[in-house]
Design a protein around this ligand. Structure first.
Ligand code: 8YV
Length: 312
């Protein structure tokens, strides 16, 4: 029997590519030079897209695939995918929910401690020999402070659980107040920021949340506040964030995500009050394996006629 043809949008780890290769006829979209010609010849043969949160799948591409049945995402973000178009065609979109939130929450705390206790600067301080002649400055503590979590999905809740361990007071904002959590709710992002020492973005990207961390929200966070982003670069007004950091109007920012990754705004490089990280929230061996397994399992379930396992 012929293997189903799948369009893989961006590279996966070798093990996942090899596993997919055993069951499917793979087309590596990122390596195809003449994409329009490819879509003309193969567009009607593609049954599924396997993609990543950061790479996505555009509406234009999906239109060139008339027999597309399924989209499997390696990741939880669907902001780069035409979800509305997929829904209109009854094409399920699956994500790797339930397996990456703990690691992303771990990284949020690494970043919070990294910026507040200046871990990268401390490393530099020791290596450069400065320690021999002077001491590092004394810094604000994290323990017992107020954390403001923007978004209270799986990742937000995993962050909140860790915050309990740090005896933090937990505040949050979501579009609608949740009945299933006991944290302090704020109706607007600005009100949340005003009540936060550490404001952590843990919400979905996309149009609905673009720039939700605005100049006003950063202002409300104040000169002693820190901003942490493990969500998407799009959720913050980056221009405002850079200016706010340049003018030291907040204490600092620790960022795992940016606009235009990996070619981010180079003004970030000059900011001493920022810790920068290359979008590594889910990048542990254990989680990447679980994510890969879930992509494989979702595709297998679909082609066995059993439907999606972890749809959005
Ligand atoms: C993934 C992410 O690492 O889940 C997401 O949306 O941003 C990350 O966890 C990324 O999608 C992998 O390419």
């Amino acid at each position: 029997m012929l293997k189903p043809q799948i369009l893989v949008m961006g590279p996966y780890a070798d093990a996942l590519m090899a596993e997919l290769e055993t069951a499917y006829d793979l087309h590596r979209y990122w390596l195809i030079e003449d994409k329009p010609a490819f879509l003309k010849s193969y567009g009607d043969k593609i049954k599924a897209i396997a993609t990543r949160g950061d790479v996505g799948a555009s509406g234009e591409l999906m239109q060139a695939l008339p027999n597309l049945e399924f989209i499997a995402v390696f990741g939880v973000g669907v902001d780069a995918i035409d979800v509305v178009g997929a829904k209109a065609r009854n094409i399920p979109v699956t994500i790797t929910s339930g397996v990456l939130h703990e690691d992303v929450a771990d990284l949020a705390f690494a970043l919070m401690l990294g910026i507040a206790r200046q871990i990268p600067a401390g490393d530099q301080f020791v290596r450069s020999g400065q320690w021999k002649t002077t001491g590092m400055p004394v810094l604000p503590r994290l323990h017992g402070k107020r954390i403001g979590i923007l978004g209270m999905g799986q990742i937000g809740q995993a962050i909140a659980k860790r915050a309990e361990g740090f005896a933090m007071t937990i505040h949050y904002h979501t579009r609608n107040k949740r009945d299933d959590v006991n944290y302090h709710y704020h109706a607007t992002p600005a009100a949340l920021a005003q009540n936060s020492d550490f404001l952590v973005a843990a919400l979905a990207g996309g149009k609905a949340t673009a720039g939700i961390v605005s100049a006003d929200v950063l202002k409300a966070l104040g000169a002693k506040g820190y901003f942490i982003n493990i969500a998407r670069g799009s959720v913050v007004d980056e221009q405002a964030l850079i200016e706010t950091l340049q003018k030291k109007q907040i204490a600092g920012a620790a960022l795992d995500v940016f606009l235009n990754e990996p070619k981010i705004d180079e003004r970030f490089f000059t900011l001493e009050n920022a810790v920068l990280h290359p979008h590594q929230g889910s990048a542990t061996h254990e989680t990447r394996k679980a994510m890969a397994d879930l992509v494989v399992a979702n595709l297998a379930s679909h082609f066995a006629g059993k439907g999606p396992l972890t749809p959005i």
